[in-house]
Write a protein that binds this ligand. Structure first.
Ligand SMILES: C[S@@+](CC[C@H](N)C(=O)[O-])C[C@H]1O[C@@H](n2cnc3c(N)ncnc32)[C@H](O)[C@@H]1O
Length: 186
């Protein structure tokens, strides 16, 4: 990620950006450093999302903004469980995709309020999604993940809104975007 970001920076001759490697649970910046702290598509890899959010808040200026973008898991308990089982099977670095209600609780407990939010559906090819995870059709991981998804298709038992598409399956990731500020500062 950092290599690609630096290559992009060089190609576009961007001078007002810097890239630093660090742990999201322990950010290498002093308190109140940034006007805006954003975190995209990564909460579902964090074993302790509340700790990551606390770190983000810590390095944001008192009146600064936080921007969080991530997938949203289905609300129903059984769908939530199968949805995450499919995600972890495809990518063991996936910990847990949270539900919209989990995010709202995290924000509230973190002392944040939502300034703006939007939800969108991102449709994608299951085959491409598996390839991005390093699993070509025919591999053990591909077969196991596809079987779990196919088993869940009747009645949409895992979310993903799956639809057969020839050899492929079209799936949907629901995504939430939240612009946040500390309560009482807006
Ligand atoms: C799905 S990628 C998203 C990357 C990027 N934000 C984007 O939207 O394209 C998740 C990223 O989180 C990083 N990651 C996982 N655990 C981390 C941690 N504890 N601290 C910092 N980054 C972490 C991984 O290395 C990976 O690059």
């Amino acid at each position: 990620m950092l290599r690609r970001a630096r290559a992009f920076q060089a190609e576009k001759q961007i001078v007002n950006a810097a890239f630093v490697q660090g742990d999201a649970e322990q950010l290498p910046f002093p308190a109140g450093t940034f006007d805006l702290v954003s975190y995209q598509c990564s909460f579902h890899h964090m074993p302790k999302p509340q700790l990551v959010l606390a770190e983000m808040i810590h390095v944001t200026k008192p009146e600064g903004r936080l921007l969080i973008i991530d997938h949203l898991a289905p609300e129903s308990e059984s769908k939530f469980e199968i949805y995450n089982r499919i995600e972890v099977l495809r990518d063991p670095s996936h910990t847990l995709t949270l539900r919209l209600t989990d995010f709202l609780k995290l924000f509230d407990e973190g002392g944040l309020e939502i300034l703006r939010q939007s939800l969108r559906r991102r449709q994608r090819s299951f085959n491409n999604w598996m390839l991005r995870g390093g699993h070509a059709p025919g591999t053990k991981k591909y077969i196991e993940t596809r079987r779990l998804l196919e088993d869940s298709m009747e009645g949409y038992r895992a979310g993903f809104s799956p639809k057969a598409d020839g050899e492929d399956i079209q799936i949907v990731h629901n995504e939430g975007m939240f612009l946040l500020v500390r309560k009482g500062t807006e």
